[in-house]
Design a protein around this ligand. Sequence first.
Ligand code: PHB
Ligand code: FE
Length: 329
Amino acid sequence: MTATGDSQHVAAEQANEYGYRDFALGEFRFRRDEYFVYITWPTGSHIMSADAFLRALQRDVAWEFFYGTVNFDGVFGTLNHYGTVDVFAGRFNDAYRKAELDYTENVETPAVRATFSEMLDDWTNSTFDPFASPHETGSAFGVKNGENRAAITRHRVSAKRMVAVPGDEGLRSDDNGHPVNRHFADVPQDEPLVEAEPGFESEVAAFSLFAYLSRSQVTWNPSVVSVCKDSLFCPTTEEYILPIVHGNDRVEWFLQLTDEITWEVEDRESGGVRARVLMKPGDVCAMPADIRHQGYSPKRSMLLVWENAGEEIPDLIASGKTPTYPIDF
Ligand code: PHB
Ligand code: FE
């Protein structure tokens, strides 16, 4: 079942008995208590652990609904149409579709952004940082207890050219004073020596990506460190589980820089299992455009996500003009 049109975002102002506000987006209703989040829609209902829900919600908001699909789990999520967003339940779940319990509502991006941001703000307690690893944050649970705006309004850093080139000082100074993460104590901190020819001092730059990433306070949050036309290098540090199951609308490449990540790869539409990929340092893989994936990192690791931001790609793939895989050998 799909609803389109002028869904309004209606936020109830009253707090419930646990101190949390209820939210509505179109026909979806959202409620939280001490441990869980409850989602209902005209044909069904769903329950999620509050910590997992908030970790997924945080990324959906901070990434502006990302590329393609952001599954919060096997049932609920968003599909980005870059201007509007499908908010869905059971849409990419074979059993829900067969039982006709699935539901999708197409909403203008600003309305989804507003409701999701308010929900994230209201439901995140002072002790919880949805971007942090479970080991480095306090609890998400219990009755409403303050807020953590400093954590949830962190912006995804984006380079205009390359980190360290003049004009992108701000990006690096964000990291000043951040300690090296406990899992990266062995990462060398020295910076490369650049000897530019006279006149090229502002054009030639280098920095240690390993040192930069070793100080990242967040997990599963790629930051754009270089932009070359549509080619984006988005390194990130990973620990525990990627809080979303990402459904691709284009091919993306992964370069495992350190340590290990296991990727569970499923069919994007049905959720059927397709592969399990263990990536070790130096491994490179391409995730096809018709899958969804979730990563498991037993120890903090460094991953380079290489994205093609070309606006035309989802249509080229959806219409079959471009294959769902990157290369024929
Ligand atoms: C992905 O879905 O491709 C993804 C998202 C966040 C990460 C890494 C990979 O940190
Ligand atoms: Fe992905």
